[in-house]
Design a protein around this ligand. Structure first.
Ligand SMILES: Cc1cc2nc3c(=O)[nH]c(=O)nc-3n(C[C@H](O)[C@H](O)[C@H](O)COP(=O)(O)O)c2cc1C
Length: 484
């Protein structure tokens, strides 16, 4: 994408130039080609209304010979023309106004249908003013709307910042973020990125593949692992009714970002392809709108990231989030020796292929320390989870007690694409604890995934895992913000 910025302020280091800096930086970051042209140092004579340019059919046609000739070349080169100007008496500065008038020759108004030398181009206004922008720049914004419409061109809108304290007003987080966002909105238009709601019935598989494909061993994608996403979807506690509150960003139909919750609203994960990290502020805005909760008049949102994601830490800090909780992410590397333990006499090992779902559900329920009776749908929730799209019954592992009860049970997931195993859940019924059953079941399941090609296994946080040889590779961080 080619962008030509015409900078109309008489001050090369003034407010408007300052606002151009983050705007231009963001464009360059996204591989846009940018031309920045200052007008105050150019020789641009005012239009004298000779109408010669309207008499030429398909060329610019202005007969004045000054710097406008080379400026017109740059204008015609660009896909988007950005007019950067301070408000001077509610209008553009004199050299900017001269350029605008001298662009008369780009549109042959008298021809029918209208001929545009710069057909397909878009205009945008990046402006500064002393008054509140609606007052200081409302008229000029209107001029651009009318001018673009009259010339049959698209107007991408105005981004304006008020001069409250001179240069410092254009160095605030708000001004910089706004200018960057304005720049990104062009990129977005250019590459066809759209945001929409997640449709659980039709989008799950595509989201799973997206998470699998974009898995990053360092950042762990804020722990939005495909298995974690899928496991939650199959549980009793998952909030189906609000699944449409998750957001998907797509580029020509390909998913490039997601704002999701695990089980319920209130806590979000934000993840994009590396090439689309610039969308993160937009994802966060979506999450604040759709995934936050409101209690006693206060809104709040928590966002999970990992400590290996400095850009997200920075973004959250800048948006007023505070670190509320931290927990270790532990993995067991299969290059390490597995724990060798013998099953106690009378206990047996089975996999999920011949499982009694009711007994397994009971084992998980008691194993997670619930003392009350399980809800009616507990068994169905278990059946659903065991039959989730990527569940593998041969990896599910159960230890049976001598009396036939299920004493310990786990679910194991294998990511063929990224060669890791993912443990979820693992539970031992309280009366069968301290017998080493969990480590036997886990070792059994890890060995199976090793044979399938896994190189390590994700486990939980806590002593049990460190005692088994799991090591901490990073920390998950939960950042929280509350607002009225
Ligand atoms: C001659 C002149 C006219 C101005 N007229 C307006 C105006 O009509 N409305 C407004 O909001 N600000 C007006 N301003 C304030 C400027 O638009 C504002 O300070 C701007 O940020 C200056 O940008 P610069 O440092 O790039 O020149 C005017 C300033 C000057 C010097």
């Amino acid at each position: 994408m080619r962008i030509c910025i015409l900078m109309g302020s008489p001050k090369p280091k003034g407010n408007t130039a300052e606002l151009c800096k983050p705007f231009m930086d963001e464009l360059l970051k996204h591989q846009a080609e940018v031309e920045y042209i200052t007008l105050h140092d150019k020789n641009i004579a005012p239009c004298t209304g000779c109408y010669h340019c309207q008499k030429t059919a398909d060329e610019y046609g202005c007969i004045k010979k000054d710097d406008m000739q080379s400026i017109i070349e740059k204008i015609l080169w660009a896909d988007i023309l950005v007019f950067a100007t301070p408000s001077y008496t509610w209008q553009a500065t004199p050299p900017m106004k001269a350029v605008m008038d001298r662009m008369f020759g780009l549109t042959k108004y008298k021809q029918s249908p209208l001929v545009n030398i710069n057909k397909g181009q878009s205009y945008a206004l990046l402006a500064t003013c002393g008054d509140e922008p609606n007052d200081g720049l409302g008229l000029l914004d209107g001029v651009f709307r009318q001018w673009s419409a009259h010339s049959g061109l698209a107007y991408l809108g105005m981004y304006a910042v008020q001069d409250k304290k001179g240069l410092a007003s254009f160095q605030t987080e708000e001004a910089i973020t706004g200018a960057r966002q304005f720049a990104r909105s062009f990129i977005k238009n250019d590459v066809g990125i759209t945001a929409r709601r997640y449709n659980i019935l039709s989008d799950f598989t595509a989201v799973y593949s997206f998470l699998e494909e974009t898995y990053d061993e360092t950042t762990l994608n804020s722990y939005l692992l495909p298995q974690y996403f899928e496991y939650a979807h199959s549980l009793l506690w998952f909030d189906y009714l609000r699944a449409h509150r998750m957001g998907l960003w797509e580029q020509n139909g390909i998913i490039v970002g997601i704002a999701a919750y695990e089980m319920n609203i209130g806590t979000a994960h934000l993840h994009t392809r590396n090439t689309h990290a610039y969308l993160l502020p937009e994802l966060l805005e979506w999450a604040e709108r759709e995934i936050s909760v409101t209690k006693d008049g206060m809104n709040s949102l928590q966002v999970w990231i990992t400590d290996k994601e400095p850009d997200k830490q920075e973004l959250l800090k800048n948006r007023g989030y505070k670190l509320a909780h931290k927990e270790a992410v532990n993995i067991f590397k299969y290059t390490n020796p597995f724990v060798e333990r013998q099953l106690p006499v009378g206990y047996g090992l089975i996999d999920g292929t011949a499982v009694d779902y009711a007994k397994q559900a009971e084992c998980f329920w008691r194993g997670f320390n619930h003392e009350e009776d399980p809800p009616d749908a507990n068994i169905d929730s278990n059946v659903k989870c065991c039959n989730a799209p990527h569940a593998d019954a041969t990896l599910d592992t159960i230890i049976t007690a001598p009396n036939g009860e299920y004493a310990c049970a786990l679910g194991m997931w294998f990511d063929k694409h990224n060669k890791y195993a993912y443990l979820e859940p693992l539970a031992t019924v309280p009366k069968y604890r301290r017998m080493g059953l969990a480590s036997i079941a886990l070792t059994e399941a890890m060995r199976k995934t090793q044979a399938m090609g896994a190189e390590y296994c994700f486990g939980g946080a806590g002593e049990f895992y460190t005692a088994m040889g799991f090591e901490t590779i990073c920390y998950r961080e939960l950042w929280k913000k509350e607002w009225e």
